[in-house]
Design a protein around this ligand. Structure first.
Ligand code: FPP
Length: 261
């Protein structure tokens, strides 16, 4: 049996006890349940050190570990991270292969700790285009961690916001739904994120100001936060800064602020 299967079967036997429900927010800031992150700048980080780009992605995994720990400490309910887009297939073969290997290796190396720490893993994206080994590792890790409640970690891998809408529309048609049945709620229920809250904040590193096909439907009212910090350098302080920025925002969702009413 593989390590992942060992973990799965021992979890079934133990019927692991429920972990404490996380608190959605501190009292001092507007409620923040879900943070989505565009982890940009790995390539620049590596190139500036005369390293191959994949070394930047490896350093990016270390940054992700730090951020998951910090977000857990801050009682954030959920993180969604953009690890591989449907457009990233257009990168050089060596980089695509490196990212695939890194994803697979990270699942194998980190799953046990993530599970112990109460992380509930979920995959967002087109799983069927990935290698059978990766598909199986993803399914096993989602199954293993599905009852964890400390924090949700949604890994967007082979994810594209437009592809997500295409997949939803195809399924809606396949299910024979009539035009009158279509509503925003119905469409949301066909997205990969079906039962997840929309992101309250989208963080993008490395100074870029683009949406890059990330959670297009779900981020309609997300607060954006851009930082020049390259993703591999991003850590606890940077996340706390983003949370502080979020605390200053007045969310209106298309309405008006109470003091102007
Ligand atoms: C964008 O930086 C980053 C990516 C395309 C990959 C992000 C992947 C990771 C952080 C690690 C993999 C994650 C998991 C879950 C194993 P870029 O390469 O476009 O940087 P650049 O703009 O500086 O070239």
């Amino acid at each position: 049996m593989t390590k992942i299967q060992d973990l799965l079967s021992s979890r079934r036997k133990e019927n692991v006890s429920a972990q404490p429900q996380s608190v959605a927010s501190e009292q001092s800031r507007p409620p923040i349940r879900h943070i989505a992150i565009i982890m940009d700048g790995n390539g620049r980080w590596a190139t500036s050190r005369h390293l191959p780009r994949v070394a930047g992605h490896k350093a990016g995994v270390s940054a992700l570990r730090r951020v998951v720990e910090c977000a857990t400490d801050e009682n954030i309910e959920m993180l969604s991270v953009y690890a591989f887009s449907t457009e990233n297939w257009n990168r050089p073969r060596i980089e695509v292969d490196g990212l695939m290997r890194l994803f697979w290796e990270t699942i194998r190396s980190d799953l046990e700790k993530l599970h112990r720490d109460g992380v509930r893993l979920r995959h967002l994206g087109r799983l069927h285009d990935l290698s059978p080994d990766i598909q199986q590792a993803v399914r096993d890790s989602v199954e293993l961690t599905k009852n964890n409640t400390r924090i949700g970690l949604n890994v967007c891998f082979n994810y594209g916001g437009r592809a997500e809408v295409v997949d939803a529309v195809r399924q809606i048609i396949a299910d024979g739904l009539q035009p009158e049945a279509i509503s925003e709620e119905l469409i949301a229920s066909y997205l990969y994120t079906r039962d997840l809250p929309d992101p309250d904040m989208v963080i993008r590193t490395a100074g870029e100001m683009r949406v890059s096909n990330f959670l297009l439907w779900q981020s309609a009212y997300s607060e954006y936060y851009a930082t020049p910090t390259l993703w591999p350098d991003f850590g606890r302080e940077d996340l706390l800064e983003a949370l502080q920025s979020f605390a200053q925002r007045q969310r209106k969702f298309g309405g008006i602020t109470p003091k102007n009413g």
